[in-house]
Ligand binder design. Structure first.
Ligand code: UDX
Length: 423
């Protein structure tokens, strides 16, 4: 059954949520407080690089299911559901800044019709459902937690075909109503209490981060003992209790969620009297991974005064997002040690980082450099003309932090090649 939904906040989560609900047949109004953003969305212009999003936004607007308004007041009046998708950035002590969330809730409260369900999709500390209830100050409005598990680059697909939908509420009827919105997704829908739903989000991302730090640590072991990490992880992944996904070694993990949520769960646990030492180790291992990539570069070229080409700036392929990008962590360390960097990314055209010059193609990033670092796993790097690259560089050294390129072909052309966890 089609419902009327308001979405507050048109960031990556809000815009994907709104557009996907419209795609599922609901009538959706998305609100934001940034005027320029709303007017460009009203013209059908999408501010983020996200596969399939622009198409469903435009279709939703064309068929009248999706609209954008300035300020939440206009959006929530007739809504049966209000999705809160506002940012909850990390503060200096690792906790989440909830000011945008409480401000949004206080603003919408007087305009909600009785029985509207307020749904929290922002990633928030455990206990925030209660905080939203208090900020609303309305006994006639149930609040439900419904965390998002969307990956950037495949957010639309993840929303429409989720592995699971987690819904947390003390109000069974409200939880059932939220569950009905996902009826066509064919995914398991799990109903639980708010604290469990909120914790589930942090725990899932913290576990993914743990899996990645583990894969990177095994890569280091493989280097030490002369094993090949690809084969080791392949062999591990066939065990269905482990699985193959999220076992690809790399330069470390980044993005807008894993680092934030990993730090947050440590801080949440700490605040509740539990020292999450395991997770502290996971985060520390990630920092060490950035250092390990830099040491690989240093092993072939003294960094003082060196020119290094870095292929990839985004935190992973398929996105233009550079938040907490391992590529940037590596570049910062290279520059701190005296190198200058020429960086290229198919989706990122500028970066304000001292010592880093962003160039507009991969070959320009290789021109005259003493080492090349592959930092993001973009497909286009696999089809580089290696003869041309060899002619352009000053010295033939390549550090492949994503195990992406053909090491045999590179070595045949006189390159030193270092991957992660394999010789
Ligand atoms: C993540 C979660 O996957 C998603 O469920 C959540 O709710 C939001 O955070 P996202 O930030 O889009 O999604 O990135 P993800 O695809 O998880 O990758 C995170 C980082 O891990 C990237 O830096 C990526 O390059 C790295 N990664 C991922 C690896 O190094 N190896 C892998 O096998 C997978």
């Amino acid at each position: 059954m089609a419902s009327t939904i308001a979405v507050i906040g048109t960031g990556y989560v809000g815009l994907t949520t709104g557009a996907c609900f419209a795609h599922l047949g609901h009538t959706v109004t998305c609100a934001d407080i940034v005027e320029a953003k709303v007017s460009s969305l009203q013209r059908g212009e999408i501010p983020i690089h996200e596969a399939g999003l622009e198409e469903i936004v435009r279709t939703g607007m064309d068929n009248g299911k999706l609209s954008f308004v300035l300020g939440s007041e206009q959006a929530v009046g007739g809504a049966e559901f209000v999705y809160l998708c506002v940012p909850t950035p990390q503060t200096a002590d690792g906790s989440a800044d909830l000011r945008a969330l409480t401000a949004a809730v206080e603003e919408i409260s007087p305009h909600l019709q009785p029985g509207t369900v307020v749904v929290n999709k922002s990633t928030v500390p455990v206990g925030s459902t209660l905080l939203v209830e208090q900020a609303l100050g309305r006994a006639d409005i149930p609040v439900v937690s419904n965390p998002e598990f969307l990956r950037e680059g495949s957010a639309v697909d993840d929303f429409l075909h989720p592995d699971r939908v987690v819904i947390g509420s003390d109000d069974q009827a409200a939880a059932d109503r939220v569950a009905s919105l996902y009826a066509d997704c064919g995914a398991p829908i799990m109903l639980t209490d708010p604290a469990s739903a909120e914790t589930c989000k942090y725990a899932a991302n913290a576990f993914l981060a743990t899996k990645l730090s583990f894969a990177n640590a095994i890569a280091a072991v493989c280097e030490a003992v002369g094993a090949d990490v690809n084969d080791v992880l392949l062999g591990m992944g066939y065990d269905h209790r482990i699985g193959h996904e999220f076992l690809r070694p790399g330069p470390g993990w980044g993005g807008s969620c894993l680092p934030k949520d990993s730090t947050a769960i440590i801080s949440i646990a700490d605040g509740a009297g539990y020292d999450f030492a395991l997770m502290r180790g996971v985060v520390e291992a990630n920092r060490q991974q950035f250092d390990r990539i830099v040491r690989k570069v240093e092993s072939v070229v003294p960094l003082d005064d060196a020119s290094v080409g870095v292929l990839g700036i985004a935190f992973k392929a398929g996105t233009d997002d550079t938040r907490e990008s391992p590529a940037i962590e590596v570049m910062k360390r290279l520059v701190a040690k005296g190198a200058t960097v020429k960086a290229y990314d198919p989706a990122v055209t500028s970066l304000d980082l001292h010592g880093v010059d962003v160039v507009d193609n991969a070959y320009a990033a290789c021109d005259g450099v003493s080492a090349i670092v592959v930092a993001t796993e973009w497909d286009e790097f696999t089809s580089l003309d290696l003869d041309r690259v060899g002619d352009l560089v000053a010295e033939r050294n390549l550090i492949d932090a994503r195990n992406l390129l053909d090491r045999v072909a590179l070595r045949q052309r006189g390159f030193t090649y270092q991957g992660v966890g394999r010789s």
